[in-house]
Structures are given as structure tokens and as C-alpha cells.
Design a protein around this ligand. Structure first.
Ligand SMILES: Cc1ncc(COP(=O)(O)O)c(C=O)c1O
Length: 202
């Protein structure tokens, strides 16, 4: 619509729906036409299934009722921190997008909670739209990409998906602006301990 073609496509990442929706139509051109667009999934640092999870068979739901699915996962019993982007707390990634990650067709970055809110507030101030805390992860990743371009002195077209508005998240913004939100770190031991519980599934 704008006559531009993206160099980088970014979506926040819960299970992969909005990321795939914005990325896959362009990814097709990488596969078929040799384009070199980068695809970046932005997930919360407190629920890092793509950046720190493992690729193996797991259940898609916490209770373990689904068929086993090949996916990037932190383990279906992973209990993430109560971050203010509830939609990004899912333990795993969808099967197709997991395969794309495994095949090196896309990348992932993790975003700290406070960085996502900082990006969300900046976006609201500059664009007049209050983004959902989930979407703010994509905004933070887009800002990081833009800053990288600035440092390198390069110019890129960066496309990100604004997956939702934040009008029902005002209490979270309130808490952020009052300085009451924190980052949640997750140790390697916690992740290893959780995924080790999947060993009996393979
Ligand atoms: C506004 C918004 N964006 C993104 C997501 C993430 O989900 P998915 O990765 O499946 O697109 C959610 C999930 O609830 C959401 O509410």
C-alpha cells in the first residue's frame, strides 16, 4: 500500500498467530524469489520459548490433553511471571512457526517488561494510539532495529504489527508510570528444570 517492501518484519510473540500473519506472506517471497527480508519475533524475557526454550514434542496445553506437537517450548507446565502482557505468557510456539525458527527462516529477540512499557508510552505520545502491552514488545524491537540502523548509518524499511490497542490495560500503564512494575528474570536452572520434565515424552 505504501509502495515500500520491508527489510525487517517484526511481530510480538505469544503462540505465533499475529507474528505469522504479518510475516508469512513476505517469507514466501524469501523462499520463492530469493528476497532477504529478516523476520523478528519479539517475546517477553520472562517467557522466552524461542530464545531459550527447546525444540521437541510437547503438549499444546497446560493440562496435557492435546496430541504431542513438535514445537519450541519451555514445557507445558511452565508457569510464567505475572507480566502485564498476558497474551505472551504461553509456554510454547505454534508448530509451523517453530519449524520456521528451526530452519533459520526467522529470528527471535526477548524484551524486558520495562522496555516494552517504555516503548508503548513513546508510541502513545508520538502516534496517539495506546498499544496493547503485548504489541509493545514488537514496538520495542522495532525501535531497537531503528537504533541499530542509526548507529550503522543505514536506512531500512521496518514493518511491525500493532496487534491490539491498550485501552483495557490502563491499570498496567498506571502501575508502570507509578514505577511499580519490575522486570522478571528467569534462570537457566529454572528453564532446564522445567524442560527436563518433558524427557519422558520423547
Ligand atoms: C494484543 C495481543 N497481541 C498479541 C497476542 C499474542 O498472541 P499470538 O502470538 O498468538 O499472536 C495477544 C494474545 O492474547 C494479544 O492479546
Amino acid at each position: 500500500m505504501t509502495g515500500e517492501y520491508p527489510d525487517v518484519v517484526i511481530g510480538c510473540f505469544g503462540g505465533g498467530s499475529n507474528f505469522s500473519g504479518i510475516s508469512f506472506p513476505f517469507m514466501r517471497h524469501n523462499i520463492k524469489e530469493g528476497k532477504t527480508t529478516r523476520f523478528v519475533a519479539a517475546e517477553p524475557a520472562s517467557c522466552p520459548k524461542l530464545t531459550r526454550g527447546i525444540f521437541q514434542y510437547d503438549f499444546g496445553d497446560e493440562a496435557g490433553y492435546t496430541p504431542l506437537l513438535p514445537m519450541f517450548t519451555l514445557g507445558h507446565n511452565f508457569a510464567p511471571a505475572h507480566i502485564h502482557a498476558g497474551g505472551l505468557r504461553y509456554h510454547g510456539a505454534g508448530t509451523i512457526v517453530s519449524q520456521m525458527m528451526k530452519d533459520g527462516m526467522m529470528e527471535a529477540v526477548d524484551i524486558e517488561q520495562l522496555d516494552s512499557f517504555k516503548a508503548g508510552v513513546l508510541f502513545a505520545q508520538t502516534e496517539g494510539i495506546v498499544p496493547a502491552p503485548e504489541s509493545s514488545h514488537a514496538i520495542a524491537a522495532a525501535i531497537n532495529e531503528a537504533l541499530k540502523c542509526k548507529e550503522e548509518g543505514t536506512k531500512k524499511t521496518i514493518l511491525f504489527n500493532l496487534s491490539g490497542h491498550g485501552l483495557v490495560d490502563m491499570a498496567s500503564y498506571d502501575q508502570y508510570l507509578a514505577g511499580d512494575l519490575v522486570n522478571y528474570s528467569l534462570s537457566n536452572e529454572e528453564i532446564a528444570n522445567n524442560v527436563s520434565q518433558l524427557e519422558h515424552l520423547v
